[in-house]
Design a protein around this ligand. Sequence first.
Ligand SMILES: [Zn+2]
Length: 107
Amino acid sequence: MAAELVGPRVYSCCHCRNHVCLHDDIISKAFQGRNGRAFLFSHAMNITLGTKEDRHLMTGLHTVADIYCRDCREVLGWKYERAYEDSQRYKEGKFIFEKAKIVKENW
Ligand SMILES: [Zn+2]
C-alpha cells in the first residue's frame, strides 16, 4: 500500500530546487548533452525559453531554443523546435534536460 502514497517523481533545478520535469515524462535517457548524459522529456514546467537558433547536432540540423530555470535562470538544456530529418521529427516540441542540471526531488 505504501506505493500509493508516493506522488509523481519530480526532477528539480540543481540550483534552486524549482520543479522542472517529471520522471513519467521521460522519453529517452540515451541523449548527449553539452556536458554529458541528457534525458529527453515530453513536457517541462517552470522554465523559460531562449532564442530559437539552428544548431548542427550529431543527428543533423535542428532548430532549438535553450531552456532556463524560471527562478534562477540556470541553463538546464534545450527544446527541439524543429528537426529537418524525417527520422528526427519525433523530437519536435520535446525537451532535453542535462542530467547534471537536474536532481531527484525526494525519491
Ligand atoms: Zn533554478
